[in-house]
Design a protein around this ligand. Structure first.
Ligand code: AMP
Length: 227
């Protein structure tokens, strides 16, 4: 695959938007293979904090495990600090953020202040596809590679193809918690699209229910190139 063209003059901030299970994590990983900028996943940051048992982790553990949303102020701070790192100067990919109207407003203010050009990608996916995708999802604890027990199984059951480490299932990938995450998406996250529309911002919608991850990746790469 051709690398995404780098441009010196300005920073491009890609926002991968869509319900849980729409492929944001998979697409972020594919995109940064040809466009070497940081992949910033707020879900990963929070899971790392929970794993390490630090004060943030203790604060958010029950919320994340129950499929709810962590308070805006905390997530906004984590992202703002991360975007101030020098490796974000040319661009970055946000996966799972912004997720509320308040987060979206903070993000747009930050982009405006820092002259960052936004590229909003909306991964549209049928809800009935989501449950099947997420309940079968497995991830390598070491390198983060993603698998699906039926659609993209590893060569050896439960073992990562790349580094031989054990695969695990996220605590919040059970059907009951997925339904709760979808409720949070409907109530808190979807209104962001209306806000983008009303404030004259545009997004690129990419159908991602049945299309292959590589096809979706190509559409995203084109949108990033064009921005
Ligand atoms: P994800 O890995 O993006 O599916 O996120 C996993 C969980 O982390 C979510 O269900 C939320 O509990 C929490 N989380 C991740 N990103 C955010 C965010 N931007 N705002 C609030 N909570 C978040």
């Amino acid at each position: 695959m051709e690398p995404v063209a780098q441009r010196r003059e300005s920073c491009r901030g890609v926002i991968l938007f869509g319900p849980p299970g729409s492929g944001k994590g998979t697409q972020a990983k594919l995109l940064v293979e040809t466009w070497p900028v940081p992949h910033i996943s707020t879900g990963e940051m929070l899971r790392d904090a929970i794993e390490s048992g630090d004060s943030i982790g203790r604060e958010v553990s029950a919320i994340v495990r129950g499929g709810g949303l962590v308070p805006d102020a905390l997530v906004n701070l984590l992202v703002e600090r991360r975007l101030a790192q020098p490796d974000c100067a040319a661009g970055f990919v946000l996966d799972g953020y912004p997720r509320t109207l308040e987060q979206a407003k903070v993000t747009m203010d930050l982009f405006r202040q820092r002259g960052i050009r936004e590229v909003v990608i909306y991964l549209a996916v049928d809800y009935n596809v989501i449950i099947a995708r997420l309940t079968g999802r497995r991830q390598c604890a070491s390198c983060g590679a993603l698998y699906h027990v039926a659609f993209q199984p590893p060569r050896r059951d439960g073992v990562c193809d790349f580094d031989g480490e054990a695969l695990y299932q996220r605590d919040d990938d059970t059907e009951a918690v997925i339904r709760q995450r979808l409720v949070a998406y409907e109530e808190k996250t979807l209104p962001i699209l209306r806000y983008f529309q009303e404030s004259g911002r545009r997004w690129v919608e990419v159908a991602s229910s049945t299309e292959s991850p590589l096809w979706v990746n190509e559409r995203i790469r084109q949108a990033v190139e064009a921005a």
